[in-house]
Write a protein that binds this ligand. Structure first.
Ligand SMILES: [Zn+2]
Length: 437
């Protein structure tokens, strides 16, 4: 069944039709021009009585400066909006107010080359994944024009969207590096994530204690008191930040990071034994070279043939069984994470830690044992929280994608806003009410 709208307006006055199609309030359309593929709309503001902002006395139009903005495309071709502005002057010769230009942020913000509606549209396009270059081509303007608008409106959206962070109860801190194109310097940033809502909260241009702690302080007491878990890789700095700023939050070592550490110890032993046995680094026919991929695979995912091949290659290349021991350690650590009973898991990790610390163990495994000893409680907390920094890692992959999409990033704020728009889950509806003057 088709329902008829209760409020249907039929407009027949041509001036009114134009006004409705143009979609701008308090604006008079002076002309609509088409030259080849280029479309231009010429407008002016409809004025009520204008008074001097200083003395509130009468004001007159002094002249009509004309400024052209990039507007939303119409029928697939770029459009320009030419605004015949009003420059006013106070009629009182004694008044210090000389001249001023009338503005309307609903049409275009000061110093923005895009109309407000085009700037907001471009911000959402870029924020949800399109490249700046692509959007610039569609609007028929320069890369910088779009990028500046995205930074201005995107930044304002993120600042205004206060509800974005009120649901956070578990956060993750993660180090991200990025290279500044200007000088090829590597800078380190800290990504703060909501690890249960899979959302980037913020990106800080530092990995140092004072900066990360200050950021937490800036979020306010309410926010801090809601956080019950803090995920981290085995970073002493981030652990110290949590201890100082979120003393009641349980710290949880990211399992992926812990298992990666065990895999690195395994790989280091494999490479050392390779050299000790054969006197050279791994070559295609060497058993310890052939086995390298099988070692990092999860044991339960190996086919019977692959498991047998693993055993054969190790017996050939690893006569002292150091690699085999490291492989077992890695698999035991994975067992710790797969155990569902927290008490059994803790006992398992305690046993693994003590075995790793034994004098008979290879030095790489003893070092892993010391790491487990240091982080023991925070590793066990995984079974309390069942959360991982994993979402952070996948968000970092998103960030890497953004880095590729907009490879021209020259400054950190640019990178931060793009990443937050893309992976910070902003409420795009808030953008409509954003005012940039
Ligand atoms: Zn005046």
């Amino acid at each position: 069944m088709i329902q008829q709208s209760r409020s249907t307006f039929v407009i027949t006055d041509p001036t009114e039709i134009v006004r409705a199609l143009v979609g701008l309030k308090d604006v008079r359309v002076l002309a609509y021009e088409r030259r080849g593929p280029d479309t231009r709309l010429v407008i002016e503001q409809t004025l009520d009585e204008v008074r001097c902002p200083r003395c509130a006395g009468a004001a007159r139009v002094k002249d009509r400066p004309v400024v052209t903005y990039i507007d939303l495309p119409v029928f697939g071709s770029p459009m320009r909006l030419t605004w015949r502005k009003h420059r006013m002057r106070c009629v009182d010769p004694a008044c210090a107010m000389t001249t001023w230009v009338l503005r309307d942020h609903r049409i275009a913000a000061v110093s923005c080359l895009l109309t407000t509606r085009a700037a907001k549209w471009a911000t959402e396009q870029v924020g949800t994944g399109r490249s700046v270059k692509e959007v610039a081509a569609e609007l028929g303007c320069e890369w910088h024009t779009i990028n500046d608008a995205v930074l201005t409106y995107g930044g304002a959206l993120l600042a205004a969207d206060k509800k974005r962070l009120t649901k956070t109860t578990a956060i993750g801190l993660d180090e991200t590096n990025f290279v500044r194109l200007a000088d090829q310097h590597t800078s380190y940033a800290t990504t703060v994530c909501d690890v249960t809502n899979h959302q980037i909260i913020d990106i800080l241009a530092s990995r140092h204690f004072v900066d990360v702690a200050q950021w937490m302080a800036d979020q306010g007491l309410d926010w801090r008191s809601r956080i019950t878990y803090g995920a981290l890789d085995m970073s002493a700095t981030y652990a110290a930040v949590y201890s100082a700023m979120l003393p009641r939050a349980a710290q949880v070592v990211d399992p992926f990071h812990a298992v990666a550490l065990a895999n690195r110890a395994l790989d280091a032993i494999r490479r050392r034994v390779q050299i000790e046995q054969l006197g050279h680094r791994g070559r295609r026919d060497d058993p310890l070279f052939q086995v390298r991929r099988l070692l990092t695979r999860a044991e339960e995912s190996l086919t019977p043939e692959a498991a047998e091949r693993l055993g054969v290659l190790l017996s050939l290349g690893d006569p002292t069984a150091e690699v085999a021991v490291a492989y077992r350690v890695k698999e035991r650590l994975r067992d710790f994470y797969r155990e569902s009973d927290p008490a059994l898991a803790e006992a398992l990790l305690a046993d693994l830690r003590d075995k790793c610390l034994a004098r008979s163990m290879p030095p790489e495994i003893r070092r892993l044992g010391r790491t487990i000893r240091t982080w023991f409680a925070k590793m066990c907390n995984f079974h309390l929280a069942r959360l991982t920094n994993g979402p952070t890692e996948s968000l970092n992959n998103l960030i890497k994608r953004i880095k590729r999409v907009g490879f021209g990033f020259r400054n950190f704020e640019n990178y931060r806003i793009r990443a937050l728009l893309y992976a910070g889950k902003p409420n795009w509806r808030v953008l409509g009410s954003i005012v940039v003057r």
